[in-house]
Ligand binder design. Sequence first.
Ligand code: TRP
Length: 336
Amino acid sequence: METVQTEKKKKILSCIQPSGIPTLGNYLGALKNWKTLADEFDGAFAVADLHAITVRQDPAKLRQQTSEVLALLLAIGLDPEKSVIFVQSHVPAHAQLAWVLNCYTQFGEMNRMTQFKDKSTSHADNVNVGLFSYPVLMAADILLYQADLVPVGADQKQHLEIARDIANRFNGIYGNTFTVPDPYIGKNGARVMSLQDPSKKMSKSDPNPKGFVSVFDTPEVIMKKFKSAVTDSEACVRFAEGKDGINNLMGIYSCCTGLTMDEIANQFEGKGYGDFKVEVANAVIEELRPVRERYNQIITDKAYLKEVAAKGADTASRIAGRTLNKTMKKVGFLMP
Ligand code: TRP
C-alpha cells in the first residue's frame, strides 16, 4: 500500500506596526525574510495597529499607514492565498485574549521590560497602561495562532520570552492550551545602522532623514543618502573594529548581493569609499526596486486591498477564535 507522508508545516507568526514607512533596516532585518519563511512554514502576518496606539497616533495617518503597510506585505511577495495576512484590529480575539492574559501576568514581570523603560523615557508625557502591557498583547497575537516560531530581532527577544512564560504558566494551571513559541533566528540577521551615526540602529523616527533609507525612497534619494553616509579616514574597504560606518555599508551590501565580507573587501581593494558608496547604493536601489514598483501598483487598487484584508480577517478570526474559545472555557467563563 502506498503511504503518503504529509508532514505538518510549523506555524510561524510575525507582525509589523503601522507606525511609519519601514526602513531599509526593517526590510533587510525582517521583511525580506518573511517571504522565505512564508514559503517554508504555515505563516500568519499582521499589521499590528492595536500596538501602534500605545504611542499617540494621528487617526488619519494611522489609517493610511495601515493600508500602506498592508500593501507593503503584498509587495514583498507574501501571497494571501498561501499565508494569513490581516490587520490586527479586524480580529477582536487579540484584544480579548490580551485581557485574559493580563490577569496571568505579573506587574513585576512587565516592569522589567527594557523597551517599556526606553519608551517611557522617550514618551514621558504619555506613559499609558497599554504601553506597559504591550508585551501581553504581543503574547496574545502569538498564542492565538498556536505559533511554533516567531522571527524576532534583538529588541523583541524579551517580549517573546514573556510570551513563553505566560504560555507555560497558563498551561501549568489549566493543562495544555497554548503552543510555547520558539524564537526563529534568521540566517543573516542583518542589523542595519544609521547612515549618519553607525553606533545607532537605523530608525524611521531619526530626526535626521539622511540617517535612514525608507523602503519607498526613490533611486535618486537612495543614492544621495548613501553618498553622504559617514565612513572613516582609513580609505580601505574592510570589516574591522572601529570602522562602524564601513562595517554597516558592507553589511548592507552583503545582504543585497549575498557576498561575504572577504569577497566585498576583495572587490573594492584599491578603490576609494566614493566608488564603494555608489555600488552599495546601486545594490540597494535594485533590491528595493521591485518592491517599490509592486507597491505602487497595489496601493492604488483599494478594492483589492480591502478584499485581501477581509479574507485575512476571516481566516485569522477562525483560527484565533478556536484558541480564544478554549481559553475562555478553561478560565471558567459561562459560554454564550
Ligand atoms: N512588537 C513588535 C514590533 O514592534 C510587533 C509585534 C506585535 C509582533 N505583535 C507581534 C512581532 C507578534 C512578532 C509577533 O516589532
